[in-house]
Design a protein around this ligand. Structure first.
Ligand code: IPE
Ligand code: IPE
Ligand code: MG
Length: 239
């Protein structure tokens, strides 16, 4: 990694292509999911080393429930296996884990484990790893709007308090800065309901590389591309 690069504070990754990666190898789709899950820790570790502050990863969307039952069952069990196996490693790392997404459709076992991982890493000062699981941006916004309405009814806030800062504070990603760089692997060029509010001014980076093959070199390439962008935020700033 060159040291004159502009490192994004918050990167978000739509980790796509696990199924195709497995299929290319004549293996069942879930084989790709397993490989993909283990890749998350490698990339998070590297992101921490190069000074990225926040990494949001899209692991299961609110729309992914519509996949075949056996794939969904596997995807629900995978984080349980993963966290159980890596609990000690996560505890001894620098990474602080948080979760975004619904908690009411996942098993009690997974909920307990998620809470445990958050608690174990809450004082860590390195990369914040925001794991988006059963996450959908529209769902997040609907929940936020309901909570805002409830707080108005119960006189905690008034309508005139509503501004972008207040809306931010009702999102699952409250306390996180906006996304600077959004990466999607596997060649698809769409957002698929990920962090719609938070990516308002993110730079977008699409690569054909499938998620299980996305390594440090690929992250470097994304950051080099980001570093060469001229972010104007609606203004006229020259590079
Ligand atoms: C991304 O890989 C992981 C999840 C959405 C859970 P996919 O499972 O979407 O893989 P492809 O896109 O079918 O190859
Ligand atoms: C987006 O990938 C969701 C996750 C990466 C978790 P999908 O593979 O589900 O998205 P579509 O269906 O191609 O838009
Ligand atoms: Mg996909």
């Amino acid at each position: 990694m060159q040291n004159d690069l502009n490192i994004p504070t918050h990167i978000a990754i739509i980790l796509d292509g696990n199924g195709r990666w497995a299929k290319k190898r004549g293996m069942p789709r879930v084989y790709g999911h397993r490989k993909g899950a283990y890749n998350i820790s490698n990339i998070a570790q590297y992101a921490d080393e190069i000074g990225i502050k926040v990494m949001s990863i899209y692991c299961f969307s609110t729309e992914n429930w519509s996949r075949p039952g056996d794939e969904v069952t596997y995807l629900m069990k995978l984080p349980i296996r993963y966290f159980s196996r890596y609990k000690e490693k996560i505890k001894n790392s620098n990474i602080k884990v948080i979760f975004s997404g619904r908690r009411d459709h996942v098993s009690e076992k997974l909920n307990t484990l998620m809470d445990e991982i958050v608690e174990l890493t809450k004082d860590h000062v390195g990369l914040i790893l925001n794991i988006c699981f059963d996450y959908g941006s529209r769902d997040e916004l609907v929940r936020a709007i309901k909570n805002i309405a409830n707080d108005i009814i119960s006189n905690k806030i008034t309508i005139s308090d509503i501004d972008t800062k207040l809306i931010n504070s009702y999102l699952d990603t409250k306390n996180l800065p906006d996304v600077d760089l959004l990466i999607r692997t596997s060649g698809e060029q769409r957002i698929s309901n990920f962090l719609l509010w938070q990516i308002a001014y993110a730079e977008l980076y699409f690569t054909d590389v499938l998620w299980p093959d996305f390594d440090k070199i690929e992250l470097d390439k994304a950051i080099i591309s980001y570093s060469n962008r001229n972010r104007r935020f609606g203004g006229l700033k020259e590079k």
